[in-house]
Design a protein around this ligand. Structure first.
Ligand SMILES: Nc1ncnc2c1ncn2[C@@H]1O[C@H](COP(=O)(O)OP(=O)(O)OP(=O)(O)O)[C@@H](O)[C@H]1O
Length: 226
């Protein structure tokens, strides 16, 4: 599903060099649910964005769903993203003038995989699935933080992605809502979607099949005590 080798990403803050990825290798099989943990600023988001084709590494290679994403044009990479990869970003970034349903359906329309009617129907089903059936017509400003996160998860699932990349999707949620969101991710994973999730919260480690820690630009395995 993912094979990333020798990733280096260098940023410059004035004269200062920052290297969040410094020879990172990451291999992930289809069906895994991997948590990436690590200190703030250790490069977790950078790695997720490189895997998702949103950030180009300085050097290294990345194969995702059998494609060398660094060899793709911007348009080819965007098409791969919209058809194969669902993103749940730390901040949901929903369009304020659209309802929850329209926000979710829009991903289908942009991908061009379904017409407007079918997109709306799938968006309604997904919102029901994340427990927001009755809020489908609400604009983002009428939704709570947890409801916005769940809308963003529904949006990420719109195009039947084989890979879901989630960046701290439960940050700022209360314990009960966090468990609900994690149960939902577990269900999605059991249905066959590979999930890579960045988190600060080791309490949710039991939901994952594997945990890795970002340390000094490389990933190290974390032993799970069951
Ligand atoms: N576009 C950029 N330009 C310059 N520096 C950047 C850029 N993006 C990230 N960085 C730096 O790279 C480092 C890694 O950032 P990243 O967001 O990947 O860390 P993180 O582990 O996800 O952190 P957090 O847990 O706080 O979200 C940080 O020092 C950050 O300041």
């Amino acid at each position: 599903m993912i094979e990333a080798r020798g990733l280096v990403k260098t940023y410059y803050d004035g004269e200062r060099e920052i290297r969040p990825l410094n020879g990172t290798d990451f291999v992930c099989s289809a069906g895994e649910f991997v948590l990436i943990v690590g200190r703030s600023g250790s490069g977790k988001t950078t790695l997720l964005n490189v895997i998702g084709g949103l950030t180009r590494p300085t050097t290294g290679s990345v194969q995702v769903v059998g494609k060398d994403i660094l060899a793709l044009s911007d348009a080819e990479c965007a098409a791969l993203r919209s058809r194969n990869i669902g993103f749940v970003f730390q901040f949901p970034g929903l369009l304020s003038t659209l309802s929850a349903r329209e926000n979710v359906a829009l991903s289908g329309e942009i991908a061009g995989t379904t017409g407007k009617h079918a997109s709306n129907e799938r968006a309604s089903n997904l919102l029901a699935r994340v427990g927001l059936g009755e809020k489908a017509d609400s604009p983002p400003s009428h939704l709570s933080g947890g409801e916005l996160k769940r809308t963003a998860i529904a949006r990420a699932l719109m195009n039947h992605p084989s890979l879901l990349l989630a960046d701290e999707p439960t940050a700022d949620l209360d314990g009960d809502t966090e468990r609900e969101v994690m149960e939902l991710f577990r269900e999605i994973n059991r249905e066959g979607t590979t999930i890579i999730m960045v988190t600060h919260n080791m309490d949710i480690a039991s939901y994952a099949s594997r945990v890795v820690r970002m340390e000094k630009g490389k990933l190290v395995p974390v032993e799970l005590v069951k």
